[in-house]
Design a protein around this ligand. Structure first.
Ligand code: PLP
Length: 476
């Protein structure tokens, strides 16, 4: 065995010899030499490893031709960009793993001149001196929400951290036990609180927190009353929470500010569109919250950002915090945020032009028509791999907004005949471009709500390709 391995090791082509292979000339013409060498070294290392673990036993596997073919394939793989577009067929509109909100067309058009040129980012054109980057969204945020003051940072996690650090470092923050939430892995309210140096004072129980619970713990060290939107879960049944106005009442009596982390934070009242009522940012502010924070890329439908609105003195203090420099918003985000906010000046325009809002509000009948178009593009098929039908199902808003809400939708349903649903899901995911679907009860579901009109053709092609007899036999 050891001898056999020795022989195989000797058979591995040397780097120089490999580079002289005809196909490598082509590689060197297309790619920088260090990249070619990286691919060569990766493949050679893997071959050695495979010999070691006895995965390779044939000498012919180590001929110049198969090895250079492996190098070529690897080179194509590593030369490709990592961040690529995918088709979201999951029906989750604000899908955090797939990049949350899509920006409106009118927003995208503004990118080139600002990204590729100088701008008045921090330059006051009237006075000819240094200005503030926040000025570009401050007025419009105030106009849309009636807030006294506004400030924006990198994301909502940063907004919460910065607000706590500014207002409550070394002091106490009172929060209901029912709101000590974790929002997807890295953001947990108790941890953020610790990071900010604020001391968390928990009140009430998981399901019920009363006014007297707050009153009992308030003292000279209390710096802030915090309310957190529970976002991705709901406690139902025997529950009680204080409303913002009740909290504001307590805050007022004791001279303590009240802050609400709204999470998604929407500017339009979705109940007007037949959906569940979420308190809007305007409402929360008018009910007496001194400060609210929310994300730019959840229900707002803009870029990743954290928006802080509220009392002028508090926002001023937050802006002056040294930490804000580390959490600041970049110019392209600021541009996207301003342009998205401008669309909100007319509610109809916002719902038509902002993809997140448009997708959430798309009606069943419109989705049904879209699904019909997709089925026609797929055409008739008689595949041994799966059967295909249109079914009713539910889409999700996602992003921690309206967690229990199912938006009625139309879904393409692939019921497997030859391969498993998991195999088909994986196959669609490895398509170029990747099509992300979901598996439910051993079926692959593709929800048309989150598939863009211009993507229907590609999805149809992917499904037709998956129907080919070869696909399952070859890869299973
Ligand atoms: C999503 C969310 C956050 C984090 O917001 P990011 O913009 O992702 O940083 C914080 N708090 C709540 C309640 C949330 O829902």
């Amino acid at each position: 065995m050891a001898n056999k391995n020795q022989e195989l090791f000797r058979k591995i082509p040397a780097v120089d010899r490999l580079l002289l292979a005809p196909i490598m000339n082509e590689a060197l013409a297309l790619h920088p030499r260090p990249l070619v060498l990286k691919a060569v070294n990766q493949i050679l290392d893997e071959l050695r490893e495979k010999i070691q673990t006895s995965e390779i036993i044939m000498e012919t596997d180590l001929d110049l031709e198969p090895v250079s073919a492996l190098v070529m394939a690897r080179l194509n793989q590593i030369a490709k960009p990592s961040l690529i577009p995918v088709i979201n067929a999951t029906g989750v509109v604000i899908h955090t793993n797939l990049g949350r909100s899509l920006l409106a067309e009118s927003v995208l058009k503004k990118f080139a001149p600002i990204a590729g040129g100088y701008s008045n980012l921090e330059y006051d054109l009237v006075r000819g001196e240094r200005g503030s980057r926040y000025s570009h969204v401050e007025e419009i945020l105030k106009e849309l929400t009636q807030a006294e003051a506004a400030m924006v940072v990198n994301n909502n996690a940063a907004a919460v951290l910065l607000a706590l650090d500014t207002l409550a470092k070394g002091r106490e923050v009172v929060i209901s036990r029912g709101q000590l939430v974790e929002i997807g892995g890295s953001f947990r309210i108790p941890d953020v609180m610790r990071r900010s140096g604020a001391k968390m004072v928990e009140v009430g129980t998981t399901n019920k927190t009363h006014l007297r619970d707050y009153e009992e713990v308030i003292g000279p060290e209390t710096a802030l009353l915090l309310k957190v939107h529970t976002s991705n879960f709901q406690i139902v049944g025997f529950t009680e929470e204080l409303s913002v106005s009740e909290l504001a009442g307590i805050g007022n009596r004791h001279g303590i500010p009240v802050m609400e982390d709204l999470g998604s934070g929407c500017l339009v009242d979705f109940s007007e569109y037949g959906l569940i009522k979420e308190p809007t940012v305007q409402e929360v502010l008018s009910q007496g919250a001194d400060l609210v924070t929310f994300s730019g890329d959840k229900l707002l439908g803009g870029p990743q950002a954290g928006i802080i609105l509220g009392r002028k003195d508090l926002v001023e203090a937050i802006r002056k915090n040294q930490l804000s420099r580390a959490l600041r918003i970049d110019k392209l985000t600021l541009l996207a945020l301003e342009e998205t906010l401008r669309l909100y000046r007319d509610k109809r325009t916002a719902i038509e032009k902002i993809p997140t809002l448009r997708m959430i509000c798309e009606t069943y009948s419109s989705l049904n028509k879209k699904a019909g178009r997709l089925m026609r593009l797929i055409g008739s098929m008689d595949s041994n791999n799966f059967s295909i039908e249109l079914i009713d199902g539910g889409s999700k808003v996602g992003g921690g907004a309206l967690p229990l809400l199912e938006l009625p939708s139309r879904l393409i349903c692939l019921s497997p005949k030859a391969a498993s649903a998991q195999f088909m899901e994986r196959w669609l995911r490895s398509y170029d471009p990747p099509v992300i679907s979901r598996v439910e009860k051993e079926r692959v579901l593709l929800d048309v709500r989150t598939i863009k009109e211009g993507e229907l053709k590609t999805v149809a092609q992917a499904i037709r390709a998956l129907a080919e007899p070869l696909v399952v036999n070859k890869c299973h």
